[in-house]
Design a protein around this ligand. Structure first.
Ligand code: 5RP
Length: 222
């Protein structure tokens, strides 16, 4: 938790007065939002857009001004976590179920700062099951198509019920084993009717900041 917090707080140093900021989702992004809230109380003037209802609620509680998507063309900086980061800064995201909004916000951001603890840094993606957001209609068919692509998919559940994203969709967590060509897999997945998007973020991160158990924070180099 401490390594997540120190990475998050380092990332918040990139935020300057007047910026539009994308707020990520998850336990690492939580610390970034807390720090932004603190800086707002100290006089920082920013406007934010959140990537989940959870982050939006937290931002509101902390007095961070929020914008709607209608009010935004580009976002200056988005700070978000990840489930895995490879040596080329390709990411697996969506462990917290917010991958679609996270990708929409990331794709409109001039800078995407990824904050992680050291455990998320990997040589190759694929140990963490890849979250794929799928529509509810015909989900059994979509899950079969994911299987044909080489995945072992599991429908995410809360208790007995399927987990629902903020967009009202399901998530299939897909074990592919080691992912050799993330860009090809990304395209193949998104060509399946019923797939809304998947948790591969290819070439989107502009910075990766990692917190270590010894209390140090390092900006990763490619
Ligand atoms: C949510 C995400 C999160 O950024 C990712 O799951 C990492 O979460 P955490 O910071 O809690 O480890 O993609 O959809």
């Amino acid at each position: 938790m401490e390594s997540k917090r120190i990475a998050a707080e380092k990332a918040v140093e990139f935020i300057k007065d007047g910026m539009i900021v994308g707020l990520g989702t998850g336990s690492t992004a939580y610390w970034a939002i807390q720090k932004i809230g603190q800086r707002v109380k100290e006089g920082l003037s920013v406007k934010a857009i959140a990537t989940s209802n959870q982050s939006e609620d937290l931002a509101r509680e902390l007095g961070i001004s929020l914008l709607s998507t209608a009010e935004i063309e580009t976002i200056d900086i988005t700070i978000d976590g990840a489930d895995e980061v490879d040596a080329d800064w390709n990411l697996i995201k969506g462990g917290g179920g917010a991958l679609l909004r996270e990708k929409i916000v990331a794709a409109s951001s001039k800078q995407l700062i990824i904050i992680v603890d050291e455990s998320k840094l990997v040589k190759q993606l694929g140990h963490f099951p890849l979250p794929v957001e799928i529509v509810r209609f015909g989900y059994e068919i979509t899950v079969n198509k994911l299987r044909k692509l080489g995945a072992e998919p599991t429908l995410r559940k809360i208790g007995e019920q399927p987990y629902l994203t903020d967009n009202g969709n399901y998530i299939a967590d897909c074990h592919f084993g080691k992912i050799d060509r993330p860009d090809e897999l990304h395209h193949a997945l998104n060509l399946i009717p019923g797939v809304v998007d998947n948790g591969l973020f290819i070439g989107m991160a502009t910075h990766v900041i990692a917190g270590y158990q010894d209390g140090t924070v390092k900006e990763q180099l490619r």
